[in-house]
Design a protein around this ligand. Structure first.
Ligand code: FAD
Length: 284
């Protein structure tokens, strides 16, 4: 029988590269029309680390009627949580660490607000200080295997040209990647956003050209695909990083491999969400 209890520090401090941390909302700020930045804090967060760039974490949300997610006790609580029957399993969603301030025991996540259609967006739309969650995040006390660190951008594959393609869900990752790009790299960045008012300042030491593509009433990904098709990608050695709606990511990747001659190893790609499908629905 699986025993369900709120997570306790002694149970979550397992020595694996990722672990569960109890967190609560410290601050909620509107970044733009469709993006809200939530700062999380927690007594255990001094033991969290982040690889920067596009570092992903799993946010764990309570089921309706619960004040905080209820996670299994015992060894390997995250694995036990994933194995729970769907009706009692808390909701898990992947997000990007937008900023990490270990000295303050805080990190930020930028949530896209897409209405009450999913538990993560619904939470973000109503979040207030004191709301409690759990995050599955890198453990500072146990170094990660570089292949499984939750960072996908490959600095080792980057030469002198970077192509970053993503929608608003990828904006926190793009921002982290740009912040880490060294001088001497040239980056072409294509970002599809719900509305022009969602554009934001992106800082980098690299030479960056950002193309903001307001979606208006087009299907997600359509604007990105046509912009990348029309892009001039001449000179230098290109490395591409693609993230966002899965259909868009697949189409842009195919275009780069089949029509632009990109090497497979020079393209990193991640489907971040599926148009018309919840993360709870099985993958195709
Ligand atoms: C590695 C990784 C990092 C990510 N980082 C971020 C991040 O930093 N910020 C962020 O906001 N998202 C991020 N995402 C995407 C996020 O996990 C998904 O958007 C997720 O589906 C949101 O869950 P939900 O509960 O709101 O909606 P779900 O229950 O998954 O879906 C419900 C409905 O909403 C639709 N939907 C889901 N997401 C969107 C969207 N963005 N716009 C419009 N409709 C949507 C679905 O198609 C479905 O119809 C990331 C995903 C991955 C894999």
């Amino acid at each position: 029988m699986t025993i369900l209890t709120p997570p306790r520090p002694d149970l979550v401090a397992e020595s694996s590269p990722f672990r569960l941390f109890r967190i609560e909302v410290a601050e909620v700020r509107r970044v733009s029309r469709h993006l809200v930045r939530i700062t999380f804090t927690g007594p255990e967060l001094s033991a969290m680390t982040s690889g920067g760039l596009d570092q992903r974490v799993k946010m764990i949300f309570p089921l309706s009627g619960q004040l905080e997610p209820v996670v299994p006790s015992g060894a390997r609580p995250y694995q036990a949580l994933r194995a729970l029957p769907p009706e009692i399993r808390p909701k898990l969603r992947s997000y990007t660490v937008r900023a990490h301030r270990p000295e303050l025991g805080e990190f930020d996540v930028d949530f896209v607000l897409h209405g009450d259609t999913g538990p993560a967006s619904a939470f973000a739309g109503r979040a207030k200080p004191g709301d409690r969650l759990v995050v599955y995040a890198p453990n500072a006390e146990c170094p990660a295997d570089p292949q499984r660190s939750g960072v996908e951008f490959r600095m080792d594959a980057l030469r002198d040209r970077a192509l970053l393609v993503g929608d608003e869900t990828a904006l926190p990752a793009i921002s982290g990647i740009l912040a880490a790009l060294p001088m001497g790299v040239r980056a072409q960045v294509y970002v599809e956003i719900p509305a022009a008012a969602d554009a934001q300042h992106l800082a980098s030491a690299a030479k960056v050209e950002v193309h903001w593509l307001p979606r208006s009433d087009r299907r997600p990904g359509a604007a990105l695909l046509s912009a990348v098709r029309a892009a001039s990608l001449s000179g230098g050695e290109w490395y591409a990083w693609l993230a966002g709606e899965t259909g868009m990511v697949t189409s842009v990747r195919r275009h780069l491999l089949d029509e632009r001659g990109f090497d497979r190893d020079a393209v990193t790609f991640m489907g971040y969400w599926r148009y018309g499908k919840s993360e709870d629905e099985p993958k195709d």
